[in-house]
Design a protein around this ligand. Sequence first.
Ligand SMILES: Nc1ncnc2c1ncn2[C@@H]1O[C@H](COP(=O)(O)OP(=O)(O)OP(=O)(O)O)[C@@H](O)[C@H]1O
Ligand SMILES: [Mg+2]
Length: 285
Amino acid sequence: MKTPKRLLPLQEEGMIDEVLSQLMSGKEAIVYVVRCGDQIRCAKVYKDASQRSFKQAAAYQEGRTVKNSRQARAMQKGTKYGRKMQEEVWHNAEVDALYKCAAAGVRVPIPHICFEGVLLMDLVSTEDGAVAPRLNDVALSHAQALVYHEELIYQVVLMLCAGIVHGDLSEFNILLNEQGPVIIDLPQAINAAGNIGAASMLERDVNNLRSYFSQFAPELAHTQYGKEIWKLFAAGLLTPETVLTGKVAQDKRPVNVRAVVEEIELARQEAEERQRYLESRQPEY
Ligand SMILES: Nc1ncnc2c1ncn2[C@@H]1O[C@H](COP(=O)(O)OP(=O)(O)OP(=O)(O)O)[C@@H](O)[C@H]1O
Ligand SMILES: [Mg+2]
């Protein structure tokens, strides 16, 4: 096909030789199948921020690092330079997460480069060379659902051990080939240690898997892998070898109400003191 404008810079630089077809136009990006020498790859062309949806939310930006404070200020103010920076941070987040995941042994497409807002990566395909279907498009047997669920829980653990939470994991962002599920679409991936929302995002990711697979294997509906995984991670006990149960022990110890009330009172006094201190430092005009 005729090379789309956004792919011309990559063609000019010799990173791609030919654009074969358009695969998909999603919410965030348009995906093409391309030829690079004798390799068939996938080019994900990011849409402009104005055309994108929820993933821009502040929660996902937290803990992301930028090179210097000028960039951080520009991003906060939303200047033209700031918006360009924000775009770059967004694009690089996906390629960074893919590299880290691949290094940790997570089944993701191997990334090659991110250039001019285009991510070039391996095409996930089936043995007959067709593009791999999305999990959502495949009918599953009870046994398959249990196997894929277990494999994906393991992938989530591997990612978390590498410090990453996907943040948008669902049957729509998982492809399936003969070797099993492959996780895609990671621009919103977050740093597990540097984001206070990480626990709830991890749990949501895992619960999305639970909801999907329990349609085929109803016994999964009551599992609590998300909570269990995070609990172990937060305690520094999670490794790829950890054997999970899908159950979380409830804390049955009686609550010490007096200690809680004292704790609240101390926090209140501390806040008051801080306020008084700040007020005493107000400049006088
Ligand atoms: N490496 C790949 N190999 C094969 N197909 C891919 C690959 N990457 C993306 N796709 C296809 O392109 C679609 C869109 O990709 P992706 O999910 O990364 O972008 P998106 O814009 O966030 O999409 P959506 O909004 O639909 O989630 C995927 O659902 C998948 O079918
Ligand atoms: Mg997607």
